[in-house]
Structure formats: C-alpha cells, structure tokens
Design a protein around this ligand. Structure first.
Ligand SMILES: [Mg+2]
Length: 443
C-alpha cells in the first residue's frame, strides 16, 4: 500500500511537469521537458498468447501441441484466432476458414465459446487490477500498464515478471510481456517475446532494437501500408529510421509522421485507464409522451444501429447493453445484459429489443427511451467474434463505407427509416417529434 501511495505522488509530480510543459512556449525548454517526462516512463504491454486457443486447450488438453483454429459458421466463417502450430502454415486471424483449411488440412477447427473467453478475460483483468495502479485494457486479452516511478521501490521488470507468473499460475493461461519507455516499443517487444516470453528494451536502445525488424512489426502498419512501402523497396524498420520524415508524409499523408515516429521508437501516448463504466449512449426525451410500441421498437432499432456504427468506426466491441425507460410519472427503469463481445447491428438490436420487452411491462405512457453500450474494448476486424461469416463482414464493411461517405443515415434498416417519415402516432393521432439522435461518450 505504501509504495502505491508513493507511486501516486511521483505520478502526480510527473503530471505537474506535463502540465508545466503545456504552458511553456519556448521550444527548447519544451523539448527538454518532453524528454524528461518520457525518460520517466515505464510501460509494460501484456498480451495473452493465442488467447482463444489457450482457453480451448484448458478445456480440451488433447488440443495442446496441435494446429488449432478457432472460428465459426462452418466453411463460410473466418478465423477468429489460431495456434502457433497453425500459424506456421500461414494461417492468420481474419482469414476465411476455407482458405485456412487449404493451407493447413490437419488443423482442428473449434467453435469459439464466448462465455469461457469472457470468464477468463475478466479473471486476468481482476488480477491486473489488484496488482497495479494504472492499466489500460486495450482488447479482450491485452493490457498496457504504467509502472512509471515504481522502479524506486521494486524493479519494474521484476514486478512485471511476478505479475506474469501469477496470471499463468492462477488462470493456467500463457501470457507474454514487453517493457520499455513507451507503448509502441513495448508492444513490439511483446510480439518478439511470444510465445510465453518476456523482454525488456533498455532506455536508449529502442532504435537499435527496432532497426532489424520487418516494417510489418510496427503496430498500425496494415496490409495496405505494408504493400505500399514494400513497393518502394522498404523492408526493414531501419530504412524508415533513415528516411526523411517529409518523404514518408508525402507518401502516407498524416500517417507518415506517426509511422516515422513509431519506427524511431518515439511514442508519447498515455496509458488510458480502463473502466467498465466507460460507455457510449444515446437517449431521446419525447415532446409528447407515447404509448406506441411500434414506434418505440423502431426507435430501439435506430438507436442501436447508430451506436453500433459508432463502435465499429472506433474499432471497439461492447460486452454489455442497457436500455433505459422513463414513464410519464418520471419512474425510471434500467435493465442491462452481458453479451458476447460484439459490434454488429443484428446482435445488438435483438438484445436491446429483448431488454425493452422485459422492461416495458406497465404499458404506460413513456417519456424517455435510451440505450447504452458499456464494457468497451478494442477489437480490430471482428464484428461478432465467432458468428461472423465472410458475407456478413463484407456487408457491414460496405454499409459502413456508405455511412462514412454519405452520412450515418445513408443506410438504415427499413423499420428505423419509418421514424423519419412518421410524425404522428397512428393510434391517437398525436404528433411525434422527429428523432435527431446524439451520442454521448462517457468515461
Ligand atoms: Mg493475444
């Protein structure tokens, strides 16, 4: 407890430096202060090794040592995760199962079990929560931990080693970590240490560590950027380090600067403390209270669709849906349900509708309706971790492209579009307000 307090006071001191930094105009002083604050940071990145496969192996030990693919929807599904043995055949996540089968005919395909993954993800999160003061849960199986200042009381590397050991001991799951002065270098280090390993990158050696690695290892270099850079003859990170930043900016636009910084081991981004309460929500107070169930259900669809699009735009998944209802007498009721991590309209809409049915039992006039998605985590390509088919992913990608281009009402479910046209309640003739939805982000 004592060291946690000391840790906080040191962090407060660093925060003061950061605050001062913002008020300083002189460029040189700014640079020096920036160096000082960065030099003080110790960031650990922890990532469970092929998490879904490892959980399946806990339940079915015969899968140990075999090429395993986790995915759903039979032949039309996509690979949600795969074991290192399957990766050796070129299988990777987000690949169609059909293709994975061709590459690795011996692979054992198992269906994902969300309940188990959620259970273990929560178990690991609670161990991390207990042992460190500031952590970010960046995805279902990945954490950033800010250990800045702890070195004075306990070696950060030793502490991270202990934490890694206790996670494996208590859950049975292999996990790896990387430690350095920033998030990017630590994440690359974790990937180099995998499977089941750990690695520290000493201050000042970040560039040397990154130099010989493939540019693919830089977080955020996706397939498109990789192909573009390869066509320019860039293969290793060292080449990016030697390139003038202006050149990269010309080729990659805004991302050029970010990638150049990452290649040079520079990253100031903070560890964003994780909170299950962090959420996105929307609600609507009606100009006139309504009892029109069809209208309310259509509004549920429209709200869920809009929030789900927001999730996908931010590359996030939710694991908890809540519906709020306020009756005309101001009685307010909320009901929530845990769900498999998802950002797909069809899952979220049907769950929100179920909750609404459960909640709206009094058949009284309704004054307000709201929806909230919480327990948010990052989740790249997935929409529904294990139920996605290629068609479904393609459909969502096409719809979202249209929304980004033409606005978020460009594509909607027919039931939701009713709300734009219908301005009166067909049962009592009362005028209804149109539905301009605004989304709230809560921390
Ligand atoms: Mg992982």
């Amino acid at each position: 407890m004592k060291w946690i307090c000391l840790y906080h006071s040191i962090n407060a001191y660093i925060t003061v430096i950061r605050f001062d930094y913002n008020t300083i105009k002189d460029k040189n002083s700014k640079r020096i202060l920036q160096m000082l604050t960065n030099a003080n940071r110790t960031i650990v990145h922890m990532d469970l090794d092929s998490f879904f496969v490892s959980v399946s192996r806990l339940d079915e030990p015969k899968l140990i040592g075999k090429p395993v693919i986790v995915g759903g929807s039979g032949d039309r599904g996509v690979v949600a995760a795969c074991s290192y043995e399957a990766r050796a055949y070129g299988v990777h996540s987000a690949m169609p199962i059909r293709m994975a089968r061709k590459l690795c005919p011996d692979a054992i395909i198992v269906r994902g079990d969300f309940e188990r993954y959620s259970y273990y993800s929560e178990m690991v999160t609670s161990i991390v929560r207990e042992k460190v003061p500031v952590y970010e849960k960046s995805s279902i199986d990945e954490f950033y931990i800010d250990m800045s200042g702890m070195d004075r009381f306990y070696g950060c590397y030793d502490y991270a080693t202990e934490l890694r050991k206790s996670i494996t001991k208590e859950t049975g799951l292999p996990i790896s970590f990387g430690l350095s002065q920033n998030k990017t270098v630590s994440k690359v280090a974790t990937n180099e240490a995998k499977p089941n390993g750990q690695m520290q990158i000493d201050r000042g050696t970040e560039k040397t560590f990154l130099a010989p690695l493939s540019i693919k290892k830089i977080p955020m270099v996706g397939e498109k950027t990789y192909t573009l850079l390869r066509s320019m003859g860039v293969e290793k990170i060292v080449t990016l380090q030697l390139m003038p930043v202006e050149l990269l900016q010309q080729v990659l636009g805004e991302n050029g600067l970010v990638i150049w910084k990452k290649a040079n081991g520079l990253d100031n981004s903070p560890v964003e403390p994780y909170s299950e309460r962090k959420s996105i929500s929307t609600e609507e107070t009606f100009e006139q209270d309504t009892i029109d169930v069809t209208y309310l259900k259509a509004l549920i669809v429209k709200m869920s669709e809009k929030l789900a699009f927001q999730l996908r735009s931010e590359k996030k998944l939710t694991a908890c849906v809540s519906v709020k209802l306020r009756y005309s007498n101001f009685d307010t009721h909320t009901v929530q349900a845990r769900i498999p991590y998802s950002s797909s309209d069809h899952t979220l809409i049907s769950r929100a509708k179920e909750l609404f049915e459960k909640l709206y039992e009094r058949r009284m006039l309704v004054r307000l309706l709201g929806i909230r998605f919480s327990h948010l985590v990052g989740g790249g390509h997935q929409i529904n971790l294990f139920d996605d088919s290629e068609e479904m992913i393609n459909l969502y990608q096409a719809m979202d492209k249209m929304r980004m281009r033409y606005g978020d009402t460009a594509v909607q479910r027919a039931i939701g579009t009713d709300l734009v046209c219908r301005t009166f309640n067909p049962f009592n003739g009362q005028t209804l307000s149109p539905v301009p939805l605004t989304i709230k982000n809560e921390k």
